[in-house]
Design a protein around this ligand. Structure first.
Ligand SMILES: NC(=O)c1ccc[n+]([C@@H]2O[C@H](COP(=O)([O-])OP(=O)(O)OC[C@H]3O[C@@H](n4cnc5c(N)ncnc54)[C@H](O)[C@@H]3O)[C@@H](O)[C@H]2O)c1
Ligand SMILES: N[C@H](CO)Cc1c[nH]c[nH+]1
Ligand SMILES: [Zn+2]
Length: 424
């Protein structure tokens, strides 16, 4: 991890850069996979699965037996943990339900808005280097709460052609049964274009590596919408003198271990905390099974010493992290100053892992600076909002002349006429 002390503001622009693959070559790969899947459907899907996941599949769809068997393949304790997390995620996301509010605009003019589920949605569950069954809960629960009719789940198979039983158990717990063994660009292409076995959907959700994220961006060319660009994980931690260096190190490593292209940023005003945290990172890293992955992520991660917490917050707002942890005493005084972040964790005991698994918030969040203009996944992501209005005869009599005047000024006399006829 690189250490920088008191950087000038003019250097911040370089410090907020994320490690990225060369976009051009990524896009070329994405385009050719989409093209092959458009032409050859399932057979291209199988070829790409052999190429990128090293497994030769005969059947892409997960059978009912495989789903049912998943229960016997994971411990009772894990089953209970998944159910507890599900209840918490459900509680938080249910609270996001909006009830139509009728607004009296003027006498005889009422407007309101109602939500309707997106009928067909595709959920991508990452599985390249870790089976992220928690993501099944994060996407499946709001999809079900919203009332989406067709929910198609895609996730890469392991080298035996199997899906991790915890992914299948989580899907079963949420009530998802249409599951396909396909990952990466080819999964996103199948969900966008449809193949003999995988139906096309209207919106694609889910995080993934740079290939998946690039494919989701490209899918938009086919009029498919996407949740958000949720790429390689990241966390930014702001710590003062009362922070606990071992907690801070553990939180940084928790996101570094996701992938070699993850990035973690540590900001502090206290030089002693900086030194102790770097030592802790070194010690804790050795104990992690994914130490090679985390070490590579740390190679393009930075620890920065600043003069004040205000300066740390300003830097964080410019960086726009996926996760922000405020390991500072008076975090309540800084909440209002946070402008760009996917999800925020307050105080020494709010570890980021809580949000990843079980506290209730969603872990599918904007990365790579997209927290400047995107929100994380929520119930809203799975619905469209339709506006309604009812004008009575009194309403059009009152408002009509204003509409007529505006229509005439725009030289749209057809619009004006639709009002004038009703005023007679
Ligand atoms: N932002 C979020 O909300 C969030 C949440 C969870 C996970 N994540 C991120 O998701 C990512 C998961 O990545 P992963 O790799 O473990 O799983 P993944 O499922 O995203 O990607 C695996 C797939 O990548 C494809 N692939 C691998 N090498 C390729 C190559 N050379 N060319 C073309 N395709 C290739 C394969 O098809 C494989 O199935 C991590 O980066 C993690 O940080 C983000
Ligand atoms: N931290 C990830 C989002 O960046 C989500 C996750 C899933 N499992 C563990 N973590
Ligand atoms: Zn995580």
């Amino acid at each position: 991890m690189k250490t920088i002390k008191y950087p000038a503001k003019s250097d911040w622009q370089d410090l907020i850069l994320r490690p990225e693959r060369e976009k051009e070559s990524l896009l070329d790969t994405v385009k050719s996979v989409f093209n092959d899947i458009k032409i050859s459907g399932d057979s291209a899907l199988k070829l790409y699965t052999e190429k990128f996941d090293n497994v030769n599949l005969t059947q892409l769809k997960v059978s009912k037996e495989e789903i049912d068997d998943s229960t016997n393949k994971i411990s009772m304790a894990l089953q209970e943990a998944i159910v507890r997390a599900k209840n918490n995620i459900e509680k938080f996301h249910s609270s996001q339900k909006e009830h139509p509010k009728l607004i009296d605009i003027e006498p005889g003019v009422i407007c309101w808005r109602e939500s309707r589920p997106i009928e067909k949605v595709g959920l991508y569950i990452p599985g390249g280097t870790a089976p992220l069954f928690s993501t099944v809960l994060m996407l499946g629960i709001p999809a079900k709460l919203a009332g989406c009719k067709e929910i198609i789940l895609c996730t890469p198979p392991d080298s035996e052609g199997d899906i991790h039983p915890a992914i299948l158990f989580a899907a079963k717990t949420v009530g998802i049964t249409e599951i396909y063994k396909v990952g990466g660009i080819q999964a996103i292409a199948a969900l966008s274009l449809g193949t003999e076995s995988i139906p096309a959907v209207y919106k694609i959700f889910g995080p993934g590596n740079q290939y998946v994220t690039a494919a989701k961006k490209y899918a938009q060319e086919f009029n498919i919408s996407i949740d958000l660009p949720a790429g390689p994980s990241e966390v930014l931690i702001i710590a003062d003198e009362q922070a606990n260096p071992s907690f801070v190190a553990a939180d940084l490593l928790s996101q570094a271990e996701h992938g070699t292209d993850s990035q973690v940023i540590f900001l502090t005003t206290d030089e002693a905390i900086l030194e102790k945290t770097l030592k802790e990172i070194e010690n804790q890293l050795k104990q992690l099974p994914r130490k090679e992955i985390a070490a590579k992520a740390l190679d393009h991660s930075t620890a920065i010493l600043f003069n004040s917490i205000d300066e740390c917050i300003q830097f964080s707002n410019q960086y726009a992290p996926e996760h922000l942890i405020l390991a500072i005493k008076d975090f309540v005084n800084y909440v209002n100053k946070i402008e760009n972040a996917g999800s925020v964790f307050l105080g020494n005991y709010s570890c980021e892992s809580a949000g990843d698994y079980a506290s209730g918030t969603n872990h599918t969040l904007p990365t790579n600076g997209y927290a400047r203009n995107y929100s994380g996944v929520s119930l809203d992501s799975f619905v469209k909002k339709i506006t309604f209005q009812e004008l009575t005869q009194e309403g059009i009599q009152n408002l009509g002349p204003t509409i007529e005047l505006m229509a005439e000024a725009e030289e749209l006399l057809g619009h004006k006429n639709a009002v004038s006829l009703r005023l007679k």
